[in-house]
Design a protein around this ligand. Structure first.
Ligand SMILES: Cc1cc2nc3c(=O)[nH]c(=O)nc-3n(C[C@H](O)[C@H](O)[C@H](O)COP(=O)(O)O)c2cc1C
Length: 431
């Protein structure tokens, strides 16, 4: 099998993943800071750089989520534009990579390629683009396109989009006639010190994986649990080799959350506190409402799941493409059974879904460092994109307590390998 060609690097890299809209960032704690003020971003990016993180990585949502006809305001929602923010971050840092999530469905290739190229030049080779197709139909309303392109077409479109961008970054003239664009472009900017922006990709379907292994350098995956991460690695190596690339060519960095303390018992206590802040009674009820399609505000979040069936056939479209096919009644029956078996209340059930326990590393610094050593040894992943549950101080524990223990174990870089993100991620030069 082609996976025999794969050799683990033995080293893990960290990125800080700062989401645009999300349920995991605690905003109710007195320690929580602004998601808008540059000071928050300054603190996070400089702390990440002190901890030799490979990248500071911004997710992006172009439209606020709505719930039952209103803006869903129980999550952290809204954050300044990724590229603008990263240009400011470039000016106060010198080594860390700067990754902007941008979707191929609603952007135009020449415009987006030029903006990313500019960030790459201004940061002297530290820019990256996280390619997403965006799984929701409602973003289209911002662009008068409504639910624009189905899942498969989004990926076909993404593939063509990335090919055009690569030509632009290579300084080649583009004469492209495709299903969506006619482009006649003459290059105006020099090639960047790292050849082109590094390409991340997020999207886990078979089509998404093929775009990643055909075009990208790094996959931002949802699979952090060891066994799932190993399965994903096997699949990605096979696809990479099939695409005609060396088995090690595509790096995998799943999203992860760390809840750390000096002792295992303290870490457990801390986890309970964090979960309580992440998923309160209102969030738990709202989560079920997205599937039941009706007002459940009269229910007790500490009581059992509703006994009655959802009033809709399919779950709420605002949950995105992955959920559109979910039959609400069947889902509700399965969930009731699971909650009953585990003795879970609505809040406990919603917490298990909203906080993605498979992506959480909870424990003492030493315990977590030992767990991560297993990832490095097996090569299940090349690193983690850490989504801090607290802004702006959420990286402090990781940088002060975890990173030195990983360095002691020889599984984390002691310093940056070079000035560009491509070098720091151990990627081959652009051919
Ligand atoms: C780990 C991860 C992070 C993502 N981050 C974003 C994001 O920040 N903005 C966005 O519009 N879509 C994001 N997406 C969604 C992708 O754009 C994609 O549309 C979605 O996953 C559906 O594609 P798939 O079926 O291939 O997974 C993310 C997906 C994954 C797996």
């Amino acid at each position: 099998m082609s996976t025999t060609d794969f050799t683990p690097s033995g080293v893990l890299q960290f990125g800080c993943f700062f989401q645009g809209v999300n349920a995991g960032t605690v905003w109710k704690s007195p320690e929580s800071g602004s998601q808008i003020d540059f000071e928050s971003f300054r603190q996070m990016v400089t702390t990440a750089e002190r901890g030799k993180f490979a990248a500071f990585f911004l997710g992006e949502g172009l439209r606020m989520r709505e719930h039952r006809g209103r803006i869903y305001d129980l999550d952290v929602s809204g954050r300044p534009d990724a590229q603008t923010l990263l240009a400011a971050a470039a000016a106060i840092t010198g080594n860390i990579g700067l990754v902007a999530t941008q979707n191929t469905t609603y952007n135009d290739p020449v415009d987006l390629a030029r903006r990313l190229h500019s960030l790459d030049l201004l940061s002297e080779g530290r820019a990256a683009w996280n390619i997403v197709t965006t799984d929701n139909a409602w973003t289209g309303a911002n662009f008068r396109r409504g639910g624009y392109l189905d899942h498969a077409d989004r990926y076909k479109h993404a593939e063509a989009f990335v090919r055009v961008a690569k030509d632009i970054w290579a300084g080649r003239a583009v004469d492209h006639v495709g299903d969506h664009y006619r482009i006649d472009f003459t290059p105006a900017l020099p090639v960047s010190p790292q050849g082109r922006p590094v390409l991340f990709q997020a999207g886990a379907s078979p089509q998404g994986r093929d775009v990643a292994t055909g075009q990208a350098d790094v996959i931002f995956s949802p699979f952090a649990a060891l066994e799932k991460a190993q399965e994903f690695r096997t699949d990605i190596v096979e696809r990479t080799v099939k695409a005609g690339r060396p088995a090690n060519d595509v790096k995998i960095m799943p999203v992860a959350e760390f809840i750390l303390a000096d002792t295992p018992a303290e870490a457990k206590e801390r986890e309970a506190r964090v979960r309580g802040l992440q998923v309160g009674p209102e969030q738990a009820i709202a989560y079920l409402e997205q599937y039941w399609g009706t007002d459940l505000s009269g229910l007790d979040a500490d009581g059992p799941l509703p006994e009655f069936d959802p009033v809709v056939e399919e779950s709420d479209v605002t949950r995105g493409a992955m959920f559109q096919g979910a039959k609400a009644k069947e889902l509700a029956q399965a969930w009731r059974k699971e909650a009953e078996e585990k003795g879970w209340s609505i809040r406990q059930f919603a917490t298990s879904r909203l906080t993605q326990p498979g992506n959480s590393f909870v424990g003492s610094y030493d315990e977590v460092a030992d767990r991560l050593a297993e990832y490095a040894r097996t090569g299940a992943v090349d690193g983690f994109n850490i989504s801090p549950w607290l802004v702006p101080s959420g990286l402090d524990d990781i940088v002060n307590g975890l990173v030195p223990r990983l360095q002691d174990r020889g599984i984390y870089p002691a310093d940056y390998a070079g000035p560009t993100l491509r070098e720091n991620l151990g990627l081959r030069p652009v051919g």
